[in-house]
Design a protein around this ligand. Structure first.
Ligand code: BG6
Length: 445
């Protein structure tokens, strides 16, 4: 049996604690990672015992899962390594040279991606060497190009750029919904669709990620990756073949044809400057309107909105269909809503008449995927680890998509150049200035 080792750079960091370890534990409980050895790498002097203790705090195993937890815990090991120090890294490499398959996960600060990449490239293990790299993939188009060139040079096709939204089951289901149901494709175009809205509203602020966030902002943090990936799945043409390469090509075509309108609002929540310790022009909220220049979507607005410290926590894709006349009666606009959180569900609103009534009314047909407690849905990162271990790239972003996303981001930045973000109150629905460019059902205001 060939042994797989997951080498987790950034093991003492926030992402590992909040998402990666719980995802690995969830998978372990369902035997999705049998035999996987997990080597956490970090600067802090945690030691293996300390790492296991932190993992327990992060995963919160139930009492009845004690046996399973003990088995999982055994697969966790920690190596205190300073990735910027040659001697320290050499010691790690010697340990890894003796391994078979290695899957590296780079969940560190982005500035450490290049030095880690150069060093792990030298490891002489006997099996495969694959690299999963957390977003942001670069800071702008130029740095993304540099990072891509470096990764390609050392790892060729064995690079797995992460966008954890691609691991979300509702996002994965967008293509299934569109292409496995004959009811949608005929109306999935400018003739019937009035608008598409992609909204991600968070209640939490920037938390401890002060430096990272202040250099990044909402456009780079959320739009460049998650929101555009969702848009690409909604707007793509059916691929000739449903394989990773063709799907990525179709998504990239959409992103290349995406153009922002001048209507862009950047916002910043009150109190942000105090959190980062200085006046800042970094946006914590973005609302924008864009168009996909393809025959299918010509003239259909795509509204994107994301923000922190807002009133509600939810993420939705809403397709609003054009209203039609029914025997002289105005109909309500039908909508298809794909909810990613807090629940994962699909809802279609349609016009009907109640028994004995003459007026049309809008009714919702809904399927909630996450409401069934019996199903243990794999978590986003769990899916991504599984796929990377299998060498599958279906749920990873391709370089062409990443490049097109950065081009779009830079086009949006050009539209707001020199403008200060508009302030909004924490717990509000974002800046009122965003309401006039949007269409989202009474949401902003
Ligand atoms: C991350 C961003 O990629 O996604 C965070 O860096 C954001 O700022 C998070 O909070 C949102 O992810 P989710 O899965 O909680 O919607």
């Amino acid at each position: 049996m060939i042994h797989n080792t997951l080498v987790l750079f950034g093991a003492t960091g926030d992402l590992t604690q909040r998402k990666l370890l719980p995802a690995l534990w969830n998978g372990a409980q369902h035997h999705r990672f049998d035999g996987l050895h997990i080597l956490g790498i970090g600067r802090k002097p945690w030691g293996t015992e300390g790492f296991r203790q932190k993992a327990k705090e992060a995963c919160k195993p139930e009492k009845e899962d004690t046996e399973k937890w003990q088995a999982f815990e055994k697969s966790l090991e920690f190596s205190q390594t300073d990735v910027e120090n040659d001697a320290s890294f050499d010691a790690l490499c010697q340990q890894l040279d003796r391994k078979e398959n290695l899957l590296f996960m780079l969940a560190t600060a982005p500035e450490l991606f290049p030095p880690i990449t150069q060093r792990i490239a030298k490891i002489q293990n006997s099996g495969f060497k694959r690299v999963m790299i957390e977003k942001p993939f670069g800071h702008d188009l130029a740095s993304a190009h540099q990072l891509n060139a470096l990764l390609k040079k050392h790892f060729g096709e064995q690079v797995y750029p992460i966008d954890h939204y691609l691991g979300k089951s509702t996002v994965r289901n967008i293509m299934v919904l569109r292409f496995s149901n004959p009811v949608f494709e005929p109306v999935w175009n400018r003739k019937y669709v009035e608008s598409v809205q992609i909204i991600h509203s968070e209640q939490q602020g920037i938390g401890h990620r002060v430096d990272f966030y202040d250099q990044t902002g909402a456009l780079r943090d959320m739009v460049q990756s998650h929101l555009l990936q969702m848009l690409a799945r909604v707007a793509m043409e059916p691929p000739e073949v449903f394989d990773t390469w063709h799907v990525a090509q179709e998504k990239a075509k959409v992103l290349k044809n995406l153009e922002p309108s001048p209507e862009v609002v950047f916002g910043q929540y009150d109190g942000y400057a105090q959190e980062v310790g200085h006046e800042s022009r970094t946006e914590t909220f973005v609302a924008l309107k864009a168009f996909v220049r393809t025959p299918r979507w010509k003239g259909v607005p795509f509204y994107l909105m994301t923000g922190k410290k807002l009133k509600d926590k939810f993420a939705e894709v809403i397709i609003t269909f054009k209203p039609i006349d029914y025997m002289g009666q105005a109909t309500q606009k039908d909508t298809l809503t794909i909810t990613l959180q807090p629940d994962e569900k699909f809802a279609l609103s349609v016009n009907l008449k109640e028994i004995g009534q003459t007026e049309l009314k809008s009714f919702k047909m809904e399927y909630c995927q996450s409401c069934d407690v019996k199903t243990s849905a794999p978590q986003n990162y769990e899916i991504l680890f599984q796929e990377a271990l299998l060498g599958k790239k279906t749920f990873f972003a391709s370089w062409r998509e990443i490049e097109a996303c950065w081009k779009f981001v830079e086009a949006v930045q050009a539209k707001v150049k020199g403008q200060k973000p508009v302030k909004y109150a924490p717990g509000s629905k974002g800046p009122a200035a965003a309401a006039h460019i949007t269409d989202w059902n009474d949401y902003v205001g």
